[in-house]
Every structure is written in C-alpha cells, then in structure tokens.
Design a protein around this ligand. Structure first.
Ligand code: AWU
Length: 418
C-alpha cells in the first residue's frame, strides 16, 4: 500500500442493490491502489465475484448472518425474504456488532463505509476510525424521502429548494412511504451525519467474466438491438395478475424477450404463474426465467435493444453505460422517483403508464412503452434514444469519473487530518 493509500472496510446492508453499489465504488478505490476489506454474507459471495474487478486489492470477508427468531434459516439478503421481514434481517445485522468490532480492532482501517448499521459511527469513533455513511440511493430520492414533513401529502411535490423537476409522486405510490419509513428507521444513521461529501456516480465497469453459454447462445440467434431484457432487481415481486400483464405485454410487442423475474407473490416458481398456453406460444422467442442472471453482461449483449427496469439505482447506473433503450416500470420506495428523474427530467427512457389511483399497468401499456423506444417512427422514441446516447457519452467521457473521484479522495484525506 502506498503511503497515501487508504485501508477501507465496506459493510453494506445485506441487499444485492447495496452490495453491488458498494462494490462499484470499491473497484474505483482499488483502481487507485487503495485496499478494501469487503464484509458480506458467506454464501452471497458466489453472486458477487463477477462484480469484483480487483480481487488482489478487494478482499471479501465472509460473515455468518446470525439466526433471528422469525427469520427463516439460511437467509442472507433481502432477495430471499418478503419486505415485512427486512426488519428481522436488520436485527440480525445488528447482532454482528461484536464480530465487526473485533474485525476493526484487527484491521485498523482508515475508514469504514456503511449504510444501515446505525451503531457503526459510535463504534468507529471509540476505535479512532472514521465512519462514512455511503448512501446508495439517488440524491433526488434522499431529498424526497428523508424529510420530516408528514409523508403522504408532502409526496405530491418536490421538497423546499429542490430544482425545477418532473418528479412528483402519485397517491398510489404512497405504498413507498411505508417502505421509506422503514428505510428511515433503517437509515437512522443519517442522524449521525456530520458532513455531507458528494462522491459522484460510480459507473459499473464491464465485468471480466463471460456470459453463460446458455444465454449467449440464445441471444446470438437474434438481430442486433431486437431483444427485450427485463429484470426487476433482487427484491421486487409482482402480484400474479401484474406479472402476467407484464409478460403478455412483451408477447404483444412481437419482439423476442428475456425476462429474469422472481416468481410472483404466492407462486413458488415462475412456471406455475405463466398464463395459459404462454410457454408454448412464446417457445421460439421468449424466455421467462426465475433465476439470477448476469445482468450487466446481458445489458451489453449486441442483440439486447431494450431494458425494462424497476428503476433500482444500481440497474439504472448499469443501463446508462450500455446502449439498450430504457423502459421504466418502478415498483416501490425510491424507484418511482428514479423513474421520474430518468423519464421526466433526463428524458432517457419511457415510463409505462399506470392507473392514477390503483397504480396498475396493463399489457397494452407495457407494449406501447416498448414500441415507443424500439421503433424508429416515434418522435418520443427518437428523442429518448438521442438523450440516452448523449448522457451515455457524457458519463463515459474520459476523465470525468476520475475528476470527481479524486476530489472525493481529497475530501476523505482531509477528514483524516481532523
Ligand atoms: C439501491 C437500491 O437497491 C435495491 O436493490 P435491487 O436489487 O432492487 O435493485 P438494483 O439497485 O437495481 O440492484 C440490483 C443489482 O443486482 C444485479 N442483478 C440483479 C438481478 C439479476 O438477476 N442479476 C444481477 O446481476 C444488477 O446488475 C444490479 O447490480 C432497490 O432497487 C432500491 O430501489 C435501490 O435504489
């Protein structure tokens, strides 16, 4: 390690979208020869190796998730449980405090980066280590969600001082308020925040692994930019009727499609939830898979032309550095804000229309949004494709990410001097 390089421990919330986002910034630190100790649940490592581009400098430190009453055995991340159980997983994470303390005493890092463990700032201070609350949701979401006004009404307009924006939340998105109140409880570390450092958006580098033969072979059979890829992150589970509307919408477009979705609520498998005759009708050109796929590698495959996303911040950052067009179908929490930001303010994608009161979408709404971004005739499609290309060029501009990353490192250096 150089004399100016940091030793950093990363301890993100046990959720894939947080673990991958912390790994993106870890790759950036490792690229600049800083040393990272990345604490993560033991069996989840297998899904995250593909994101670790510097295994020589980013050491995974496996941790056993303690058993908690009510939390099924073997659970490691939010991907494996329904939302109401998140507070049990949070409690399990809190029970790791003694193990984390022992690790910090052994490693003596300069910093520990965390997000949902509210007890870390006090522990780190006791050990003379700087703690950094690394927020993985968009700044727009932080502005909207971590505010003290009463929830439901206040969500109809931007917070005081927010720049002019298309971001408004509809009544049916009040569901996200409960999520946020939970996250607020999760994110109570925010109260300990003494100084806000803007780190910038760390863009995912292309993984060094290769796409599984199964998917490469299937995708290779289609024309460039002709396939719809859909993934709703590691947590989202639709109601069965909405799950069926979604995939029937893909079928209506006439384009080939690959949907990597968790089984809908109440179903054990994706297969049992497919509409009558769907599997047979779409055998040649459509796959609905319930497993974990190499999303970044699929997004960069030349046949993929459209990404239907739930607007998790990790997936959006991956979409922005790829060329496939964006169809936005937010689910809960910060995702509607991300969707309005991307579709309304930046205009890099088209949001699927939903019912004003019930928030439900239809197969026709899914088909229309996909056709808008995939077919040349539409004016909106041309605008969205041009805007996406413009923002992608800006984000990938040589030296841009380094400029704000180096500034962030200087700010961290100054923290050490105080
Ligand atoms: C910050 C917060 O993360 C949460 O995580 P979630 O997993 O839903 O979604 P992403 O952030 O897209 O993260 C998902 C991550 O898992 C990867 N992936 C997913 C599915 C798959 O089959 N294969 C993969 O490799 C994907 O590439 C991305 O890196 C919530 O969305 C929340 O709204 C968001 O702001």
């Amino acid at each position: 390690m150089g004399e100016n390089s940091f030793k950093i421990v990363m301890y993100p919330w046990f959720a894939m979208g947080h673990l991958t986002t912390f790994l993106h910034i870890s790759n950036k630190f490792a690229e600049k020869a800083h040393q990272i100790f990345f604490i993560l649940p033991t069996r989840t490592q297998s899904k995250l190796h593909q994101f670790n581009l510097h295994p020589d400098l980013i050491k995974f430190i496996p941790i056993t998730v303690p058993q908690v009453e009510g939390l099924p055995d073997g659970i490691e991340t939010t991907a494996d449980i329904p939302f109401p159980m998140y507070s049990l997983l949070r409690h399990a994470m809190d029970l790791t405090e003694p193990a984390i303390e022992a690790l910090l005493r052994e490693l003596k890092p300069h910093f520990i980066f965390f997000d949902f463990t509210h007890w870390l700032p006090a522990l780190a201070r006791r050990l003379g280590i700087k703690s950094v609350h690394y927020c993985t949701i968009s700044p727009a979401s932080v502005a909207y969600l971590f505010r003290d006004e009463p929830a439901a009404d206040a969500f109809m307009e931007p917070p005081p001082g927010f720049p002019p924006s298309a971001i408004i939340l509809y009544k049916h998105e009040a569901r996200g308020v409960d999520t946020i109140n939970n996250i607020k409880e999760f994110g109570s570390a925010m109260k300990f925040v003494q100084r806000v450092l803007t780190a910038g958006q760390f863009l995912p580098e292309p993984p060094t692994s290769t796409l599984d033969e199964k998917w490469a072979k299937w995708l290779d059979q289609f024309k460039p930019k002709s396939v719809i890829f859909c993934s709703f992150g590691s947590e989202a589970r639709l109601e069965k009727d909405q799950f069926q509307e979604l995939i029937l919408g893909f079928e209506l477009t006439g384009f080939p499609f690959l949907a990597a979705l968790k089984p809908p609520i109440g179903a054990e498998t994706v297969d049992e939830a497919l509409p009558e005759g769907f599997r047979e009708r779409s055998a040649e050109r459509g796959i609905v898979d319930g497993g974990w796929v190499q999303q970044q590698l699929i997004l960069s495959h030349p046949s993929v032309g459209c990404f239907v996303t739930h607007c998790g911040w990790g997936s959006l950052s991956e979409a922005m550095v790829n060329e496939c067009q964006l169809v936005l179908l937010p689910h809960v929490g910060d995702q509607p804000i991300n969707a309005r930001l991307m579709g309304g303010d930046l205009r890099v994608g088209v949001e699927v229309e939903k019912g004003g009161e019930d928030g439900l979408f239809t197969r026709e709404g899914v088909m229309n949004a996909i056709r808008l971004v995939m077919e040349d005739e539409s004016e909106i499609g041309r605008e969205v494709r041009a805007k996406h290309a413009e923002w992608r060029k800006f984000l990938l501009r040589e030296g841009l990410e380094n400029s704000y990353f180096d500034d962030f490192v200087h700010k961290l250096q100054r923290l050490l001097e105080h």
